[in-house]
Design a protein around this ligand. Structure first.
Ligand code: AMP
Length: 505
């Protein structure tokens, strides 16, 4: 019987003696060995009472076993729910309470703290450690190496991914077999993945980028993955010669560029570098090409939609843009208040529709109605603009829009100019409470190595380039911008840090 996602990603691995996962210590796990592990794990899930439609939540380190649990959950018809390993017990308690999984897997060091949390949510707790040990794999020992997957159709759910929730509570995005498979198929085709590829995989697998974009594409096309537990620039430099492609967040690339060992010779053989999850600075794009001769391919997506747009594989990869809508994805720019489609060239809300768009937020029908239109368009919350050639540029998140004295300021417009100023490596522009203007534009700068940006000269330079209301009312140089694991700048933390700046004394 058919199980849409399992059949496409995992069924072909049975009996294969080709390497699927190459580990840091050089160990190789063949497709056949992985498939046998998936089957044993599927038997454990079944024995634990997991049936079609049940959630299996995990907060575990990245490992071959962790990937096998994803596959096994799909095999038994369950819904895979990976959680960021940085979440605290309180945060996990919210997710388990919301998703009510049948089973929750965590690392052994957290098991005591998590036991009451799992119990309160009615979930059975089992352990999987980063080294592959624990009560879950113990229970798999000796179980059969084959498993008949439970039938699942394209509309059935395969995963819940919770949004990062920087405003309000995190929401569980329900993703169907069709959502995941259609996107993997499109990306594999557009990015020319084949069974000969070796993907350097240094992304976490609790997020759409590492789990669905990276792993699903490699699994679908029968290639191999160099499966690193995390991003370590030394390891990436050591292993790049063995890879053909790498997918990363922008910080992966800036850290490589900071390292003198990252040379053209090291990567001449590489086929593809992609970037996403956060904006790639145009400067990084240019420096990367100068250093390596490769142009990074930037794409855009999110938890709720998988990938929406991509720069072309053949054709111009345009810095500062996220490329064009992927085949099958419709994208329009609308007025954020009226929802009316705007003319080409105007900035507005990015809305997308296609087989990639999720099925709604788990048990949050009102939130779903607010963001997912009846005609299937999802209101992404990202503000973008489409140029005359169809390339989409992200201007910023709507929630980061600054309203100062009644005027709208998109931070990106100011950041792009700040980034060009002497001594400035990068910037983040935020709105801070202001007694007269409601919000004041404020710029946070990071200096280039060894430089000291002259903030008053920068203010003067901006005066010639931006309308008065867009010019920052203050600038501050900091050592680093706060970023989450996916490399996104956490503007909410900056707003908190500087919120008293313009308060009346
Ligand atoms: P997440 O749901 O955690 O994957 O976050 C999705 C958000 O990341 C999107 O809504 C965008 O705001 C941002 N994002 C993803 N890719 C890009 C990109 N290439 N450039 C700019 N922002 C991006």
């Amino acid at each position: 019987m058919a199980n849409v996602l399992y059949d496409a990603l995992f069924a072909g691995l049975a009996g294969s003696d080709r390497p699927l996962l190459v580990l840091q210590d050089g160990r190789e796990i063949t497709g056949g060995a992985f498939s046998a592990m998936v089957s044993r794990f599927a038997h454990v899930l079944t024995a634990a009472g997991v049936v079609a439609g049940d959630r299996v939540a995990v907060q575990i380190a990245k490992s071959p076993e962790a990937l096998a649990i994803y596959a096994a959950t799909v095999a038994v018809g369950g819904i895979f729910l990976p959680l960021n390993t940085a979440y605290t017990t309180d945060e996990v308690s919210y997710f388990l309470g919301n998703a009510t999984p049948r089973l929750f897997l965590c690392d052994g060091v957290k098991a005591t703290a998590m036991a009451p949390v799992a119990a309160a949510a009615g979930a059975q707790l089992m352990v999987l450690n980063g080294d592959g040990s624990g009560s879950f794999p113990d229970a798999a020992a000796g179980l059969p190496d084959v498993f008949s997957p439970v039938a699942r159709g394209p509309e059935d759910l395969a995963a819940f991914l919770y949004t990062s929730g920087t405003t309000g509570r995190s929401k569980g995005a329900m993703l169907s077999h069709r959502n995941l498979l259609s996107n993997a198929e499109v990306l594999a085709r557009e990015w020319r993945f084949t069974k000969h590829d070796v993907l350097l995989h240094a992304l976490p697998i609790f997020h759409t980028h590492g789990l669905f974009v990276a792993s699903n594409v490699a699994l679908l096309t029968g290639g191999a993955m160099i499966f690193l537990p995390g991003y370590d620039v030394n390891e990436v430099i050591r292993l790049l010669p063995k890879a053909t492609a790498m997918m990363g967040v922008p910080t992966f690339y800036t850290r490589l560029l900071d390292d003198g060992r990252f040379t053209r010779d090291l990567v001449t053989h590489m086929r593809l570098f992609t970037s996403g999850s956060a904006p790639l600075l145009a400067e990084t794009h240019v420096l990367f090409e100068e250093r390596t001769g490769h142009r990074i391919l930037e794409r855009y997506g999110m938890t709720e939609t998988n990938m929406n747009t991509s720069n072309p594989y053949d054709g111009e990869r345009r810095a500062g843009t996220v490329g064009m809508p992927l085949p099958g994805v419709e994208l329009k720019i609308t007025d954020p208040t009226t929802g009316v489609t705007l003319p080409q060239g105007e900035a507005g809300m990015i809305e997308v529709r296609g087989p990639n768009v999720f099925q709604g937020y788990w048990q949050m029908p009102e939130k779903t109605r607010e963001e997912l239109r009846e005609d299937g368009f999802f209101i992404t919350g990202d503000i973008g603009v489409v140029d005359a050639d169809g390339y989409v540029a992200i201007v910023g998140r709507q929630k980061d829009l600054i309203i100062t004295g009644g005027y709208n300021v998109y931070p990106k417009e100011v950041e792009l100019i700040l980034d060009e100023q002497p001594g400035v490596l990068e910037s983040a522009v935020i709105g801070l409470p202001h007694p007269d203007f409601g919000e004041a534009v404020f710029g946070v700068l990071v200096a280039q190595k060894g430089a000291t940006p002259d903030t008053s000269a920068i203010m003067d330079a901006l005066a010639g380039r931006l309308a008065k209301f867009k010019q920052p009312k203050g600038l501050m140089v900091v050592a680093d911008l706060p970023r989450n694991t996916m490399g996104k700048v956490q503007k909410n933390l900056l707003r908190d840090q500087f919120k008293g700046r313009f308060a009346k004394s």
